[in-house]
Design a protein around this ligand. Structure first.
Ligand code: ADP
Length: 671
């Protein structure tokens, strides 16, 4: 076994690898960027080496710097985690050249599987079923269009070098083809530096089922069960489970054997995942990922093994710890990816500081893989995943229930997350019946979004009322209000920012809901009884509200409510059983300014780069018409007209960098 390894990654996966290394008495070296100087993975490691500035290209992706760090610290091996350099054949070669063990497959296997097109050719030859499609070398627009027409709509355009759902476009009809090809190519080029595309028949409602494979350097290979990762948004996994529900033993075996054949075909060593789409009892190869997957913990839980330990042993030349016949399967495991993102805004990544973070205490059979703690920032530089929460259960229903409960007991404030949304999915009757496929989220939108506490349009009045109570209690306003009642109506309290007293034992709090709308909560005090009305809504009546630290409690007609309330950067986060509402506190002075803002302006949703401008000053445009495309975090975001109207000015050109919230286009609604 190695004495010392370097982990060329960050966040939860770096921390997770270090936990296994520590258990095996292997010393750890962390690498980090300037943005991560105080990150958890740096703190956990025995040694840490600064790579460079925050952008990954100058730090986590800088092959020379990572190799130099390993040499300088005397690390014998490098674990790349997932993402970053994990599937980079040049990096694997660079390690080999320096006599450092790369904890992953040989460069040749990464190379063979690195292109979806090439790997498909290999699989075709090995007799593994493929989704019908085109994966050839000819890339001219006219040729791609002709191939797409041959396949028949709907088709899916993918980046050959793709990953993480980036560069993918579904095309339903001929006239959408060319713009989709152009968009996919641009995204592929910027995300992977490789603009080659492939086209597949777009399967309606397939399931994503994948097989964990493992091979040693002695020629032995096994499959360690399967996983279902059908719950996806933007073709990216959010909930994963093992085993894949409802497959026959025969199907499992055939998929497993096909996966092992795929691994053997490329001389694979280490952990890998062979991904399939599964529809109408048929499975089709889509790609092989030549690394440890984000979702590997669900396999670990049902197999009772530590895949990182296996990786280290195999990289050190040891045989596989278990043979196919020895592998066991226990119960069911399920994982959610907790992301800093706003489900109500199309799952737009969110950034900001984690103002408060508390994981569930004493939750049975729950594993939390996290790389952050309260106070840490989620930046635009890296993936916005905050943590993975994984549950094991004797069966699927128990695993789902435990996972849901763990999320309900998790408290996180400071930025938008998908926690409330995940809770809705985990409790959805169709999910519980395992009626899942990759269209699940889209199909159940109407039930999943409004209830999840992230619904952009509607922040419930109840949440606004509670935020007002919190504001008043936090500012010590209650006593001030009472003192002011009937006393001096011009007391300074009347001018307090965000809330003011009105004469008869009451207060008014100005808030902003998730849709950005200004709302007023008026509270009337009568002894211990508080009555709160939001705008013209029916009042909510509570008794004896109290704030103790972050805990907000109050008596209701049915009992007592308890929630967690945190204020950071002008936003109140209310957390109740894992669902959270983010409510702005209105700054009265800033209000006047806002009032003069006038007509709509279209702002950048996050820091990024303008990649395309489709409108010019003076253009009359229709509601929903795309005006500009901004790329941020390697995803394209289309800025569309929010109403029919006229473009007054376009403030940026393609190639310009834009900060979050800056005005991109000024716009006048109405024609
Ligand atoms: P990436 O490498 O970017 O993650 P994949 O090829 O692994 O891309 O596909 C990701 C997801 O996209 C799949 O899990 C599935 O939901 C969807 N997908 C991929 N190919 C198809 C297809 N031919 N038909 C329908 N959905 C597909």
């Amino acid at each position: 076994m190695f004495r010392k390894i370097l982990i060329a990654n960050r966040g939860e996966i770096a921390c997770r690898i270090m936990r296994t290394a520590r258990r095996l008495n292997v010393a750890t070296v962390a690498v980090y960027s300037e943005a991560d100087a105080s990150a958890l993975h740096v703190e956990m490691a025995d040694e840490a080496v600064l790579l460079g500035p925050a952008p990954a290209a100058q730090s986590y992706l800088a092959i020379d710097k990572v190799i130099a760090a390993a040499v300088a610290t005397g690390a014998e091996a490098i674990h790349p985690g997932y993402g970053f350099l994990s599937e980079n054949a040049r990096f694997a070669e660079a390690c080999a050249k320096m006599g450092i063990a790369f904890i992953g497959p040989p460069a040749s296997a990464i190379h063979a599987m690195g292109s979806k097109s090439e790997s498909k050719k290999l699989m075709e030859a090995a007799g593994v079923p493929l989704v019908p499609g085109y994966h050839g070398a000819e890339q001219a627009d006219s040729h791609l269009i002709a191939e797409a027409m041959k396949i028949g709509f709907p088709v899916l355009i993918k980046a050959s070098a793709g990953g993480g759902g980036k560069g993918m476009r579904i095309v339903l009809e001929e006239r959408e083809l060319l713009p989709a090809i152009e968009g996919a190519r641009r995204e592929a080029k910027s995300a992977f530096g490789d603009e080659r595309l492939l086209i597949e028949k777009y399967l309606e409602r397939p399931r994503h089922v994948e097989v964990q494979v493992f091979a040693d350097s002695l020629g032995e290979a096994v499959y360690i069960h399967d996983r279902d990762c059908s719950i996806q948004r933007r073709h990216q996994k959010v909930i994963e489970e093992a085993p894949a529900p409802g497959l026959s033993d025969d199907t499992r075996r055939r998929m497993g054997e096909a996966a092992v054949a795929a691994a053997k075909a490329v001389g694979y060593v280490g952990a890998g995942t062979v991904e399939f789409l599964y529809a109408e009892r048929q499975f089709y190869f889509i790609e092989m990922n030549t690394r440890l997957q984000v979702e590997h913990p669900v396999t670990e839980m049902i197999a009772g093994i530590d895949l990182v330990e296996w990786q280290l042993r195999v990289a050190a030349g040891e045989p596989l710890p278990e043979r196919q016949a020895e592998l066991q399967r226990y119960g069911h495991a399920m994982e959610v990816r907790l992301y800093a993102e706003d489900p109500a805004k199309g799952f737009l990544p969110a950034t900001g500081r984690i103002a408060h973070l508390a994981w569930p205490a004493n939750a049975p059979q729950i594993r939390i893989d996290s790389g952050v703690r309260a106070g840490d920032r989620i930046s635009t530089f890296y993936d916005p995943m905050i943590a993975k929460v994984i549950a094991w259960g004797e069966d699927r229903a128990i695993a789902a229930q435990r996972l849901r409960r763990a999320l309900q007991e998790t408290e996180l404030a400071g930025l938008a997350t998908n926690a409330g949304f995940l809770i809705e999915v985990l409790g959805h009757p169709a999910f519980l019946k395992a009626e899942i496929d990759t269209g699940f989220i889209e199909r159940h939108r109407a039930e999943l979004f409004p209830a999840s506490g992230t619904g952009g349009e509607a922040t419930p009045d109840r949440a606004l009322a509670l935020a007002a109570i919190f504001a008043v209690l936090k500012d010590g306003a209650a006593s001030k209000a009472k003192a002011a009642a009937g006393a001096d109506p011009h007391s300074p309290w009347a001018a307090t920012n965000g809330w003011r007293v009105f004469g008869d034992g009451g207060a008014s709090v100005l808030l902003r809901d998730a849709a950005g709308k200004r709302r007023e909560a008026r509270i009337a005090f009568s002894g211990p009884r508080w009555s709160i009305a939001v705008d013209d809504g029916a009042p909510l009546s509570l008794t004896g509200p109290a704030l103790d630290g972050n805990a907000l409690t109050a008596g209701t007609d049915h009992g007592r409510l308890r929630l967690t309330a945190i204020e950071a950067d002008g936003t109140v986060t209310l957390i109740e059983r894992g669902k959270s509402w983010r409510i702005g506190r209105v700054d009265i002075l800033a209000e006047a300014e806002a009032a003069t803002e006038g007509h709509g302006h279209l702002a950048s949703p996050m820091p990024g780069t303008v990649v395309r401008v489709m409108a010019a000053a003076g253009d009359a445009v229709k509601r929903g018409q795309p005006l500009m495309v901004v790329e941020a975090m390697k995803m394209e975001h289309t800025i569309a007209a929010h109403a029919d109207g006229v473009v007054k000015a376009v403030k940026f050109r393609a190639g310009d960098a834009v900060a979050e919230g800056v005005e991109l286009i000024s716009f006048e609604a109405g024609s």
